[in-house]
Design a protein around this ligand. Structure first.
Ligand SMILES: Nc1nc2c(ncn2[C@@H]2O[C@H](COP(=O)(O)OP(=O)(O)OP(=O)(O)O)[C@@H](O)[C@H]2O)c(=O)[nH]1
Ligand SMILES: [Mg+2]
Length: 658
């Protein structure tokens, strides 16, 4: 491995000024923590480079036995990952369309390419017209390259034949057909990486005459210079040109980028024309399905059915049945009594031991009892189920299509189609959903989504209880309940969209093809994400349990309850409803369940349920909101939900004359 690359992957470059823009990428690569760059050996370095979603990471895993994350959408790999391939170091990079400096991924990749001994350029046989641009750019730069034409299977079913030998003749470097998911072509790729050599001179050389005389630059740098790549211009030509007129000054603009790109695109078109052959009418089923999905008329019912199915799996099967079994049978039946017995046996209910005993095993949020039950018995099954479903939706390519379908509606609320994920998840578990708002593009969107989740989305645990209570009242009440929640959801979204500064972003996604998800990828992702979730949630929940139990022990919760008397009067509900609200701060389904014992009339039950639903998110969601957003947003969401819940409740109480 060269020193420069070791710098890039491990240490900071000695010349901080020159590499200033690579700083972030250095940190990125560094944070991967498995660079192995410190062994000091002068290894050969092979960098894997290609457009997004062409299968680089699958191929990387096959070649280097790694476990890089694989998903069926562009932008899965965000940081370079490093592995071993025989006696070389193999680097998996984020997908890019070219080696310039248009964004962070391209910068990471450009630096890696400049320092690597060879590049394994992965292209997809299904999108050669897009992917070969980068290939020709690499060859122009004189980078020793082997091309893997991946996804040969999909090309074939889609009716495209790629003449690999012809492509090899056209490009003048080794070209290997592969199907990464079946490890086809992997051995031959490994062999041919040994033959790799710098490619012959290419037509881009005609532009080199325009560079200033006496410039010391490699062939790769010359290409980047004539293409106007800023960091390269700064590094090679130096800052003097920024002020000089004429001469090399032209390099700091876009130089000859447009001319060169146009020329390169026409070369790509020529190559593609020469090496591919399209059959008519193939690939029917997938395309038909795709058209049906993206057409709003046919896609919307499909999406609704799909969301229903997701709800059935997560909200009903797992959240209701499985969680119910685990909670009631495993935890309440065995675990909690056992632990309670052990602790009660060890700690007397007197003296210094009393508060500790209370902290560990109290019935509201005992650290060893209810907290563990909640984390492992309720959240863990939900988290695993959710990540499995999400993985399947991702890798099948259905998720981005759902996002496109729901985009129009959600954009009226200041969100875009990507918000569909947190919203679906929210109906399962709001705490989890708050975490998934990370997938949203901007802070503004994350805030709107979080606020909507905190206020207007009931979680499945709560919905279960609500459904039970409303079922006793009749269908009309159930419809009214749904209508009110949707109304609050919509109004709140529109208000936030207008009040918050900034504009929401459009949905920019390149749609990946529909595919059959691979079990291994989905399971690996689920395991990784679940581990990460537990690692984050466990200390947070433990801390919360300690604080809430402490408050409970000194009588704080009881005081809160008495403060709420005026509020319950306003809602036309008995004073005991105050206790329900206090419990609601901790867990929403407990709150809803608390309504059963109050002997309420039908309208009172209805008002109580609406208030409890709109009322503050449960304490664990709140902790997540504080962690994912900040104190100010958390406080606003919390207060906002109190205000909204009570106002809506008071209005309803007025309507029903309570
Ligand atoms: N049918 C088929 N699917 C493949 C093949 N190679 C990869 N895939 C699928 O293509 C998708 C993308 O694979 P990744 O390895 O994540 O792609 P990537 O190039 O690393 O993507 P980024 O990290 O986003 O740049 C996944 O759903 C893979 O299962 C192949 O040869 N044939
Ligand atoms: Mg990848």
């Amino acid at each position: 491995m060269t020193h420069a690359l070791r710098d890039l992957l491990g240490d900071r470059s000695p010349d901080g000024e020159v590499d200033a823009d690579v700083g972030d990428s250095t940190a990125d690569v560094d944070s991967e923590g498995e660079t192995g760059a410190s062994d000091g050996s002068d290894d050969r370095v092979v960098a894997m480079v290609g457009c997004p979603n062409v299968g680089k990471s699958v191929l990387f895993n096959a070649l280097a036995g790694g476990s890089a994350e694989v998903s069926n959408y562009p932008g899965t790999t965000l940081e370079a990952a490093v592995g071993r391939l025989d006696d070389a170091t193999l680097i998996d990079t984020p997908g890019v369309y070219g080696v310039s400096s248009f964004d962070e991924e391209e910068r990471v990749t450009r630096e890696t390419v400049l320092e690597a001994d060879a590049v394994l350029n992965v292209v997809s046989a299904t999108s050669l017209d897009r992917d070969l641009f980068l290939t020709l750019q690499l060859l122009d730069m004189g980078v020793p390259t082997v091309v893997a034409v991946n996804m040969m299977d999909e090309a074939e079913t889609g009716g495209t034949t790629v003449d690999v030998d012809a492509l090899e003749r056209q490009l003048g470097v080794p070209v290997v057909p592969t199907v990464a998911t079946e490890e086809r072509g992997v051995d031959s790729l490994r062999d041919r990486l040994d033959e790799v050599d710098a490619p012959d001179e290419t037509p881009v050389a005609t532009w080199f005459d325009r560079l200033p005389d006496g410039l010391e630059a490699s062939r790769a740098e010359r290409v980047l210079l004539v293409e106007g790549d800023e960091p390269t211009v700064d590094r090679v030509v130096g800052p003097r040109d920024v002020t000089a007129d004429g001469g090399a000054r032209g390099l700091t603009g876009d130089a000859f980028r447009d001319e060169i790109y146009t020329h390169r695109r026409s070369r790509v078109a020529g190559v593609v024309e020469a090496v591919t052959d399209e059959r008519e009418g193939a690939g029917g089923l997938k395309e038909t399905l795709d058209d049906l999905l993206l057409n709003p008329v046919t896609g919307t019912p499909f999406a609704l059915v799909l969301l229903g199915l997701v709800y059935l799996v997560i909200g009903d099967l797992v959240a209701q049945r499985l969680v119910d079994f685990v909670e009631t049978t495993v935890f309440e039946g065995y675990y909690v009594p056992l632990v309670r017995g052990l602790v009660a046996g060890a700690l007397p209910d007197a003296g210094w031991a009393a508060p500790v005993r209370f902290l560990l095993i109290n019935g509201n949020l005992g650290l060893l009892t209810i907290t563990v039950q909640y984390l492992l018995g309720v959240l863990l099954p939900l988290v695993v189920a959710f990540y499995l479903v999400l993985g399947v939706l991702e890798d099948s390519g259905v998720l981005p299509r759902l996002a496109v379908l729901s985009d129009r509606g959600l954009s009226m609320l200041g969100l875009n189609g990507r918000a569909i994920i947190p919203m679906i998840v929210g109906v399962g578990c709001v705490t989890m959903a708050v975490v998934t708002t990370r997938t949203m593009g901007s802070r503004r969107e994350r805030l709107i989504a979080t606020a909507l989740l905190g206020l207007a989305v009931p979680c499945s645990a709560q919905l279960g209880v609500v459904m039970g209570l409303l079922a006793g009242l009749g269908l009309g009440w159930w419809l009214a309940y749904v209508a009110i929640l949707l109304l609050v959801f919509g109004v709140l979204g529109v208000v936030l969209d207008n009040v918050l500064p900034g504009e929401s972003q459009g949905l920019l996604t390149e749609l990946p093809p529909l595919r059959r998800p691979r079990v291994g990828d989905v399971v690996r992702k689920t395991a990784r994400r679940t581990r990460a979730f537990l690692a984050e949630a466990t200390p947070l929940f433990a801390g919360t349990a300690i604080v809430v139990s402490g408050l409970d022990y000194v009588g704080g919760l009881a005081v809160l309850e008495s403060w709420l008397r005026p509020v319950t009067a306003l809602l036309g509900l008995p004073a005991e409803f105050g206790r329900v609200l206090v419990i609601g701060v901790v867990r929403r389904d407990f709150a809803a369940a608390g309504l059963t014992d109050l002997g309420l009339s039908a309208p009172q039950t209805f008002v109580g349920l609406v208030v409890v639903t709109l009322f503050v998110p449960c304490i664990l969601s709140m902790v997540m909101i504080l962690k994912e957003r900040n104190l100010a947003s958390g406080a606003l969401i919390w207060l906002g939900s109190v205000v909204v819940a009570l106002s809506v409740g008071a209005v309803l109480a007025g309507v029903f004359g309570l």
